[in-house]
Write a protein that binds this ligand. Sequence first.
Ligand SMILES: Cc1cc2nc3c(=O)[nH]c(=O)nc-3n(C[C@H](O)[C@H](O)[C@H](O)COP(=O)(O)O)c2cc1C
Length: 234
Amino acid sequence: MKKGRKSLSPGTLLAPIPPAMVTVGDFENSNVLTVAWTGILATQPPKTYVSIRPSRHSYGMLKEGGEFVINLPPVSLAREVDFVGIYTGKKVDKFEKCHLTKKKSEKVAPPTIAECPIALECRVSEVIPMGSHDVFMADILSVSCSEEILDSDGKMHFERADLLAYAHGEYYSLGERVGRFGFSTDKPEKKTESKDENKKPFYENAPKGKSARRKPTDKNKGAPHGKRKRGDGK
Ligand SMILES: Cc1cc2nc3c(=O)[nH]c(=O)nc-3n(C[C@H](O)[C@H](O)[C@H](O)COP(=O)(O)O)c2cc1C
């Protein structure tokens, strides 16, 4: 990035973000829409939000039911994600049109989409008008994931989920994993004697692979997502 910077008009240019498939209603009478305005508000208690325009068919269903599921789609569902974000459930059954499989959720009435590897079941705690959209703040009551993204120790492998990303009107796949939380603090495994190596900034001498300091212990090895003993920075 050698060129200068250009000032742009104020806007919603935050990227990448998840283009979530949000389900509302109950199992029989449900609807699904795409929501990119979503995120995490707090770790404890686990809280999230979705921002929905009052003109959406889903808006009334969400106001009435007070529950939703954030289904995170894989890249293979990009076309369906776009479709449910263009057509309204007022006129078409989007589950049927997109061949999406409804699965009973554990704690809430709206269905989980079986084809999505990760799903967050949420109950609305507050609705805040925010201009064009209303923000539905919610407690995350339950999280489920497809067994295919877990290894035999129950550890989650996000690369297996192949999640879809969204950036300013375009859909993307995630690139390669470039590190994990805390990897900047890893110590080099061996001190190198090479003069050239010593000329490099300290962070370039850090080992490329596993952590030298944070070898998996019996305590944290394979701990399921969200149950690690150490802080995860979230
Ligand atoms: C990638 C993408 C992201 C979207 N994000 C939002 C959003 O955050 N909030 C919203 O109200 N609508 C959003 N939409 C638009 C709705 O998904 C769309 O209007 C949908 O057809 C509403 O369906 P419904 O009428 O069945 O509720 C998005 C659409 C797309 C394609």
